[in-house]
Design a protein around this ligand. Sequence first.
Ligand SMILES: [Zn+2]
Length: 282
Amino acid sequence: MLQILYLSLMIFLVPGPLFCAWLELSGPLQPGTAVQLTVRDFPAGAGLRGTLDQEPFPITPQGVALLALDMEHPPKTISLEVSITPRSGPPETLTKTLTIPKRAYKEEHLKLPPKKVDLNPEDLERANRETAAITATYKLRTGRTGFEQGFRLPAEGRFSGVFGSRRILNGQPKKPHNGMDIAAPVGTPVTTIAPGTVVLAGPDYFFTGNTLIIHHGHGIISLYAHLEQMRVQEGAWLPAGTPIGTIGQTGRATGPHLHWGVLVRGARVDPISLPGIRKERE
Ligand SMILES: [Zn+2]
């Protein structure tokens, strides 16, 4: 009898969460992919903090985040945690265990003019400077967000180069292809994949030619390379679908195409995996 009394007191005295929040993912998380996380049914105004494999990630006040794993993320079991701190009442931590599979990539052999593969010291110095300017944008985290409504393709054309392929240039193994190639005639319009701020407008870079980078908030950036023309300036805020330039063959390119890269807080992801992108291929 006393035990029953004690247990029922426990029920009243030990405070449990007064809400029933849960985590929703837009798809399976794999190396080189991005998925949208939505925290559902949490109390309005609650503080949200998340970690993926112990790395903190930002969440909008509405409970939306883009989660991503780098293309070379090892296969293993990782944990997704979101802690919810309501304005009043006890906090709660939601946990999801994710099993990350191994991802295999294709090999691709390409022939290029030797001076575009074995750089002279001058070109190497210049290419390093340009690469540093590009990678500096990967460190951005703050600023207006513009990814919550999903993404769209930046150009009409043929998917000519797949994400992740191991590139062998003139017989030398190089870094894996960290983007998607869309081949189309010079002058084809290129548009923004989501709302964002132009954070880099790089003219005539050695590798990537005329290069634009747009930050969509939370460290999510899209890169548009080999452009013929760039029609926007650094600092501009652009809605989704804004024309930003045209497809070209500037920099190290074997034909007119858009190299389209996406990084989420430094993780290289397949642009085609982004929430909202059409999966169709020619
Ligand atoms: Zn490419």
